[in-house]
Design a protein around this ligand. Structure first.
Ligand code: ADP
Ligand code: GLC
Length: 493
């Protein structure tokens, strides 16, 4: 099949979290299964691709009452073709966090079909990720001015995190995308435009990144206002557990580590632990907790702050790397300053230090309030580091309590402290800790399994009789000017 992914992040080009890890690995796993895969991605100011993409000229994207020219750059890596969308709206220091983010990613989404056409890539399935690309399924179903062959294609939307939704004024989104007024319905949620909602209402299938999170999305506390839209999907909502790139994360070959090791010989892990302790100025000889996390409400770092006195009393040191919420950053910096020989780390984003923490810590703390999948715990297990995590979402689906890690239920500092205390007792039982490490390192969450699950989903979609393109066209014609309706007719014939 020909598969097109639309995403705002992919390793090694741009990363703020696990979305990038997924799009750095799933497409390659799909290529390995024999598919032709195109990943469409914005070209950000700080993006540096090696080798650089070949810029093949501009395409005209229908946008905001006219057309906007976007550059198209392309390269091949790992058997996957990447297409970068260049426009000044993406030329900023950070990937997101701007007041006009919805407009920026509406342009990105609007560009996706044009970019595919420019490359002569005719997808069988279009797979959009998170709110940044969630308008793509809506466009394929409803928009005019699509290149030939794109209208009405089967679409999949994967929700990596339902908390980020892409809010904007619904009328603005309709105007930006040059969409029919009929689309204001699927877009609207609580009186505003919501790009993720538009995707949920228009994609043929919606997936999320673990079976447990798929069930949790029916609950308001997890779905952040989208619970009805998730419930309405019924069996069209599917949880497919992420994998981990087992080559990119391998303690036997990881160049960022002070020493390499594998499941048969953990001597290198002890060396990594000692080196990390020296790097962070920690009192040697104590068991070490690690944290590598975005500092966002989701991640429950406040639970960790509440549990810190107990953790210190239990004898743990802590190595933490994270960035995000300024109040959490300040609280953590104060904790580092108060206990310089017991707590250390860095407020910031640092790929190398992240890897040294995964390798050097004994246990990784993941106290998330919700966790769609979570890759941090998968990396930790691969590095022989036992997760101490909240029993939610993908954490529950990947950690076997008492065998490969330690789970706790309540989103409270005390519950975390109790789980840390359980883990602390096992540290002293060397044989048991060793056998848990061996079990964690043997748990292989490879991408081939997930790629096959997506395959089954795509095949069902491609085989299913399409909601006839005539019906798609009729819906779309609703709010269109005559010229646009004619253009749509041309594109669906
Ligand atoms: P999320 O995507 O919600 O942030 P995941 O666990 O799925 O959570 O993925 C997080 C990814 O980002 C992992 O690869 C993790 O190592 C990485 N990461 C998170 N914070 C940092 C940081 N401060 N520095 C380096 N890598 C980080
Ligand atoms: C999101 C989720 C995280 C998941 C990642 C990749 O960022 O917060 O749990 O692992 O996407 O799917």
């Amino acid at each position: 099949m020909q598969l097109l992914h639309a995403t705002a992040e992919a390793v090694p080009y741009a990363k703020t979290g696990g979305l990038a890890d997924v799009l750095g690995a799933l497409p390659a796993a799909q290529a390995a299964l024999g598919h032709a895969v195109l990943v469409v991605h914005p070209w950000y100011a700080r993006l540096a691709a090696e080798p650089p993409p070949l810029w093949i000229g501009d395409v005209d994207v229908p946008f905001d009452g006219g057309h906007v020219a976007v550059g198209v750059g392309t390269l091949e890596a790992g058997g996957v073709r990447f297409a970068f969308v260049g426009h000044p709206l993406f030329q900023r220091d950070a990937l997101y966090g701007y007041p006009d983010d919805a407009r920026r990613f509406a342009l990105f989404s609007r560009a996706v079909p044009a970019v595919a056409a420019r490359l002569g890539f005719a997808p069988d399935v279009v797979h959009a990720h998170d709110w940044h690309a969630a308008a793509v399924p809506a466009l394929l179903r409803h928009a005019a001015l699509l290149p030939p062959g794109l209208a009405g294609l089967p679409s999949v939307l994967t929700v990596h995190n339902a908390q980020y939704q892409g809010w904007a004024d619904a009328a603005d989104v309709v105007a930006w995308g040059r969409l029919p007024g009929t689309l204001a319905g699927p877009l609207a949620l609580h009186g505003k435009g919501n790009l993720l909602h538009a995707g949920l209402r228009t994609a043929d299938r919606v997936t999320t990144v673990s079976p447990t999170y798929a069930r949790e999305l029916l609950r308001p506390a997890v779905a952040y206002g989208l619970e009805q839209a998730f419930a309405d999907l019924g069996p069209r909502l599917v949880g497919i557990l992420n994998g981990l790139d087992l080559e990119a994360f391998d303690p036997a070959t990881d160049a960022a580590l002070a020493a390499s090791y594998d499941a048969d010989d953990l001597a290198g892990k002890a060396a990594c632990r000692a080196a990390l302790g020296r790097e962070l100025g920690l009192d040697p000889g104590r068991p070490l907790l690690g944290v590598v996390s975005r500092l966002a409400d989701q991640k429950g770092i406040d639970l960790l702050i509440d549990a810190l006195p107990a953790a210190l009393a239990q004898g743990w040191n802590l190595a933490l790397l994270g960035a995000g919420d300024p109040a959490l950053e300040a609280a953590l910096a104060a904790a580092f300053a108060a206990h310089p020989d017991r707590l250390g780390g860095r407020i910031g984003y640092d790929e190398g230090l992240a890897r040294r923490i995964y390798a050097g810590a004994d246990a990784l703390v993941v106290p998330s309030r919700f966790e769609p999948c979570g890759l941090a715990q998968l990396i930790a297990m691969r590095y022989g580091t036992l997760p101490v995590a909240r029993a939610t979402g993908g954490l529950l689906d990947t950690i076997d309590d008492g065998r490969t890690g330690f789970l706790f239920a309540a989103a409270e500092g005390q519950a975390l402290a109790a789980a840390l205390s359980r883990a602390r007792r096992v540290v002293d039982d060397r044989a048991r800790w060793r056998s848990m490490q061996a079990a964690a390192m043997a748990a292989r969450f490879d991408w081939a399994r997930a790629a096959r699950a997506y395959d089954d989903l795509y095949r069902d979609l491609v085989a299913a009789p399409r909601a006839a393109s005539a019906a798609v066209a009729a819906t779309a014609r609703g709010g269109l000017a005559p010229g646009e309706a004619a253009a749509l007719d041309g594109s669906t014939s």
